[in-house]
Design a protein around this ligand. Structure first.
Ligand code: UD1
Length: 426
């Protein structure tokens, strides 16, 4: 298994191109199942999860053409052609490895009339059930049964429009309802919909494919079903979590870096907190520039929330910054239980963090010290890399396959701005 070796203490300087968003790309790839015509997707990030989704789509009979982009600044292109769906079975092995593969359920059902998709099962960052997905599909007229850990959904005479009111905000369930409703007969109203920018990206691509959707960016989506969708070309939005992670890298390591393609409206709460803790942020015509001198960051509190709140996917990274803060920071995680798995690993580097339920209290220390640590999940891994950038001496992050699931060539990008970071193959 690969590991990453980081020498702490280097200031960062230069520019980092931000890749396409993983959390948009995976759903856009699944959306290719909704049409018999080719879907051309540009600005796809180079990630293990994208390769896994391509393999899964192939197993349904989708023809996949992959054209790598040039250098770090250009995303990959995929053409996905689901002329005929030859299988609608997604195995446990597949869905267990990557929860987003559950998102094939709605498009398979809507287009093909049936699907058998494994339940994702337990997950390192909490129970993560799929009840809201299944209730939405049932409201749209699907028969849903659970058998031996599999969801079997059928809609032999097609789906119909419905009013769906989610009891709480779920990104995945909103996307499930949205994709299924595009091919349902009549109108669907989705209330208390998630407003994450990746959902708008998906909705806009679906519109380019002929779907009739209004209310994008709000918590009420309206979908007027159509009988079929057609092919389209779409360029995936930038990855706001990757942008946010590198913004925190500058805050923790110090220096001046421009994040090419980043947008303030997508990470506003993070940039506000970075400003409060002493990092300058500035919009440029190519993205966002961050600047921080060598002083310790001021400690600030944060609470995660659905968009437009502070994203749970940046909580671990911000905690890494707060470990060296001047003062005490109270971090509350409201989206996932058990999303503090990075805490003991940050502790190995000398961080002082106490966890009580969904609250972590971080007492800033003047210095972290490098040590071997273990990546536990995708975002937790990136927090360890960030801590390694400021820790004295050498930090070795083991089990980096988590990082490869969600960060496009992270060590190349950080090395490009002067970090001392290498990957060791085993
Ligand atoms: C997506 C993102 C993930 C991000 C999360 C929250 C992808 C591939 N992943 O995950 O990176 O951290 O949004 O922004 O886009 N829940 C239920 N029942 C359901 C569905 C969800 O109880 O049917 C719960 C979950 O356990 C969680 C909360 O709702 O506590 C929010 O989850 P959700 O927004 O659905 O996250 P994902 O779509 O899985």
């Amino acid at each position: 298994m690969d590991r990453i070796r980081i020498g702490g203490g280097r200031r960062l300087s230069g520019e980092i191109p931000i890749s396409g968003a993983k959390n948009a790309a995976l759903k856009l790839m699944a959306a290719a199942l909704l049409t018999a015509e080719p879907l051309h997707l540009a600005n796809i990030p180079r990630l293990a999860d994208v390769r896994a989704m391509a393999e899964l789509l192939k197993s349904f009979g989708v023809a996949v053409t992959h054209t790598p982009g040039k250098g770090l600044g250009e995303g990959d292109t995929y053409t996905l052609h689901a002329a005929a769906i030859t299988s609608s079975f997604a195995s446990y092995d597949m869905v267990r490895k990557m929860r987003a593969s559950f998102q094939v359920l709605a498009p398979l059902l809507a287009r093909h009339g049936e699907a058998k998709v494994s339940l994702p099962g337990g997950c390192a960052i909490g129970a993560r059930p799929v009840d809201l997905h299944l209730k939405a599909l049932e409201a749209l007229g699907a028969q849903v049964t659970l058998e031996d850990g599999y969801v079997i959904a059928t809609a032999k005479s097609g789906l119909h429009g419905a009013r769906i009111e989610f009891p709480f905000v779920s990104v995945g369930a909103t996307e499930t309802a949205l994709m299924a409703a595009t091919l349902a007969r009549g109108e669907t109203l989705i209330g208390n919909a998630a407003r994450e920018p990746e959902i708008e990206d998906l909705a806009r691509c679906l519109i380019a494919m002929g779907a009739k959707i209004s209310g994008m960016g709000t918590s009420r989506l309206t979908v007027e079903g159509v009988s079929s969708l057609h092919g389209a070309s779409w360029s995936v939005m930038h990855d706001r979590i990757e942008a946010g992670t590198y913004a925190i890298a500058v805050a923790i390591a110090g220096g001046e870096v421009e994040l090419l393609g980043a947008r303030r409206d997508c990470i506003a709460p993070l940039l506000d907190l970075l400003e409060q803790s002493g990092t300058d942020t500035r919009d440029t015509n190519r993205g966002i520039a961050l600047h921080r001198n060598g002083a310790r960051p001021a400690s600030v509190d944060l609470t995660t929330a659905p968009f437009p709140g502070f994203p749970t996917d940046l909580q671990a990274q911000f905690m890494a910054l707060m470990t060296v803060g001047e003062g005490t920071s109270v971090i509350r995680e409201t989206i996932f239980e058990n999303r503090f798995m990075h805490v003991p690993e940050l502790g190995r580097l000398g961080a002082d963090i106490r966890v009580n339920g969904d609250v972590a209290t971080v007492r800033g220390v003047p210095k972290l010290k490098g040590a071997p640590v273990m990546a536990t999940d995708l975002r937790a891994s990136s927090s360890l890399v960030l801590a390694g950038l400021v820790a004295e001496g050498e930090t070795i992050v083991n089990r980096v396959y988590h990082l490869d699931r969600g960060f496009d060539r992270l060590e190349e990008k950080l090395r490009g701005v002067g970090a001392e970071i290498v990957r060791e193959k085993e």
